[in-house]
Write a protein of this length. Structure first.
Lengths: 475, 199
């Protein structure tokens, strides 16, 4: 099995995913799945305590503390840094701190300059680089695929396995290409693109595949935009999503804390240059999308595949041919309290949430700030702006973005997962409706009885101003 | 881990598709640091509804859950599997699962098998007509049986062997520790490390 990423003369042409996979196979063949080496293991407080317990019970150590890093994000408050009111939340945070100390794992705790949402922290430290294998007990680990890595979420049993062995037993996935031809029209973002893709494929459409996003529209995305696209790969069931690294990728990594330096940089770039799908390589499936046809996209239902153009309307469940889809649409509309045929632009919201591992990076905050600058959040609307990391927060403040949001009447918070998932104090109350830049509109995801419309940062900002789902063009 | 071969029991029909792991266990219950005691958190948002299938006396004691397609999509939380097990489920039958959930289930001895939508629908109708119907999920024979019907299912050979032997993954992998060490000795020197922390 070839460990070089470069095309091997006379050998079978390979996709990007196959190259990265091949370069990490410790053992293959026989009846067992491949044994895959893991380059980077990210930890947070929610999915790790039982894994550390498992190590303790078996008398095992963390095999590679130097390939492991932890932060606190899911459970943390964002209105202040140091008072965790819920004792069970506090215990979970303290358990992570204790485990990291006991096992020698690096941790960035609340108040630390590098604390933040785990998928924002890895790239900003330069720990996420092209051609790696990255895992975390969190399904949005697919984010790191934006660098041309194979990155995927794992369960707690697998977290324990990686801690103990730095490997995972994995069946080799199939490969799929999503080719986005042409350029995205002005005002259409990476978030709109990925929501559109999921609406085509459904929540299970990517199952068993590592997806490579390619084509001009993908190449034209910033690294932040690429992370948004790869982040939501899990929302259509893909094993992972990835994008071939290019000059933008290298420029993003260069100079960060853990970027290779000197001769190492040259060796790394030489390696990264091979990280692209060989000419003639075949994907198991391919989807082709024309970027020019896209427009801002929002969800109406209770899974990320239930979406429609912002210019569209709530669909009629009767029009779904598939009986499972029809039933799902009926129960989604009941939960969302929406009537078929209602234009999306007439849907009023109570809360706007800007943040998360999907859209909590500096570019997302800049985009939203540009829309809301000089305007006001509509009466009765709560807008919460939560930077993805302490570093993003610091940079945003250096650029004066905090002031733009505060002047508009929004709430400027500390970094964390916040309202993306209802396990910290930032939650919707029953019946409240949110426009959210996060990744999941599941029932109760943002708080029991809460209703979620997934949107881009630009749509979130415009919605905050009008109080109804809106794009910047509506202002 | 406990060995898993064949399970026979009564079944509860969950007539829903896209039951994501946020429905199986809402995030608010993920704060615990233990692996057990999650039975009360299972489908927590639906448990106030007297019509919800698991609140009906007829399905009390059911040990097999029959669900719609895309069961367990979404979040990687293994708590979803722990909650199903703690509640008393030994097996789930559905047309298709979220990948991470499926992997998690097999690491915890929760038998998750895939049957076509038609078979699931037959089973829904059958257990609604007769909640006492005995359903068998036979891992050894790769077959589900109920009444006078049976359906074969596909199951990865290695995963099946591991479940039937009750083997521990970490111990299995550590048999290859010399290969892991050999791989590490050849890793590219420029690959990033989290330690030491740069000054």
């Amino acid at each position: 099995m070839s460990r070089t990423p470069h095309a091997v003369e006379g050998a079978h042409p390979r996709t990007l995913a196959e190259k990265v996979w091949d370069a990490h196979v410790v053992r293959t063949g026989g009846e067992q799945p491949d044994l895959l080496y893991i380059d980077l293991h990210l930890l947070h407080e929610v999915t790790s305590p039982q894994a550390f317990d498992g190590l303790r019970q078996a008398g095992r150590k963390v095999r590679r503390t130097d390939l492991t890093i932890a932060t606190e994000d899911h459970n943390t408050p964002t209105d202040n840094l140091f008072t965790i009111a819920d004792p069970t939340s506090l215990k979970q945070i303290e358990t992570l701190r204790g485990n990291c100390e006991e096992f020698g794992v690096r941790i960035h705790s609340l108040g630390d300059a590098e604390q933040g949402v785990v998928h924002v922290v890895g790239p900003q430290l330069g720990l996420t680089q092209p051609g790696m294998t990255v895992v975390c007990g969190d399904s949005h680990t697919s984010t790191h695929g934006a660098f041309g890595s194979i990155a995927f979420g794992i369960g707690t049993s697998e977290v324990e396995h990686v801690l103990a062995t730095q490997t995972l037993q994995q069946d080799r996935p199939k490969t799929m290409a999503v080719t986005v031809n042409g350029s995205l029209p002005a005002g259409v973002s990476a978030k709109d693109l990925i929501l559109k893709i999921i609406s085509i494929t459904g929540t299970g459409g990517g199952k068993g595949h590592i997806v490579e996003y390619r084509g001009r529209a993908i190449e034209e995305l910033s690294m932040e935009g690429r992370m948004t696209v790869c982040n939501m790969s899990i929302e259509w069931g893909a094993k992972a999503g990835m994008i071939a690294p290019d000059e933008k990728t290298a420029a993003y990594v260069k100079g960060r804390d853990h970027a290779p330096q000197g001769e190492d940089w040259d060796a790394a770039v030489e390696y990264w240059n091979g990280l692209r799908t060989d000419e003639g390589a075949e994907f198991d499936r391919e989807i082709v999308i024309d970027a020019a046809e896209l427009s801002p996209f929002v969800t109406w239902g209770t899974n990320p595949g239930q979406g429609v153009e912002l210019s569209g309307a709530v669909p009629d469940p009767e029009r779904f041919e598939d009986p499972a889809e029809r039933t799902a649409a009926e129960s989604a509309l009941e939960y969302m309290d929406l009537e078929p045929g209602t234009p999306m632009r007439e849907v009023g919201v109570d809360v706007v949430f800007l943040g998360s591992c999907t859209n909590g990076r500096i570019e997302d905050l800049r985009t939203a700030a540009e829309v809301i600058k000089g305007r006001k959040v509509a009466d009765g609307i709560d807008m919460m702006v939560v930077p993805g990391s302490a570093k993003v927060r610091e940079q945003a403040m250096a650029e004066g973005l905090d002031k733009v949001f505060v002047d508009a009447g929004a709430d400027w918070r500390f970094a964390g997962c916040s309202m993306c998932l209802g396990m910290n104090p930032d939650q919707l109350t029953p019946g409240q409706r949110a426009a959210s830049t996060s990744n999941r509109n599941f029932e109760g995801r943002q708080g029991k009885g809460g209703r979620t419309h997934l949107v881009s940062p630009a749509v979130a900002a415009a919605t905050a101003v009008t109080g109804r789902l809106a794009g910047p063009a509506d202002l | 881990m406990e060995q898993v071969t064949t399970h026979t029991g009564t079944a509860a029909p969950l007539r829903r598709s896209n039951v994501d792991t946020d429905q199986i266990v809402p995030a608010v219950y993920l704060k615990r640091v233990t692996k057990t005691g999650f039975e009360d958190t299972l489908f927590a948002e639906w448990r106030d509804d007297p019509d919800f299938v698991l609140n009906q006396d007829a399905y009390r004691g059911a040990s097999i859950l029959i669900a719609g397609t895309e069961f367990g999509t979404g979040s990687s939380r293994e708590h979803a599997v722990w909650a199903l097990k703690d509640f008393g489920f030994k097996a789930v039958i559905a047309p298709r699962y979220g990948d991470i959930f499926r992997g998690n289930s097999l690491k915890n001895g929760l038998l998750t098998v895939e049957l076509p939508y038609e078979a699931v629908e037959w089973l829904w109708d059958a257990v609604e007509a007769d909640p006492g119907l005995s359903v068998t999920v036979d891992l050894a024979g790769k077959e589900v049986r109920a009444g006078d019907r049976s359906w074969a299912f596909e199951f990865d050979d290695f995963a099946r062997w591991r479940l039937m032997e009750g083997l521990d993954d970490v111990a299995l992998t550590l048999r290859d520790e010399d290969r892991i060490a050999a791989f590490e000795s050849e890793r590219e020197a420029w690959r990033p490390k989290t330690l030491p922390i740069p000054a």
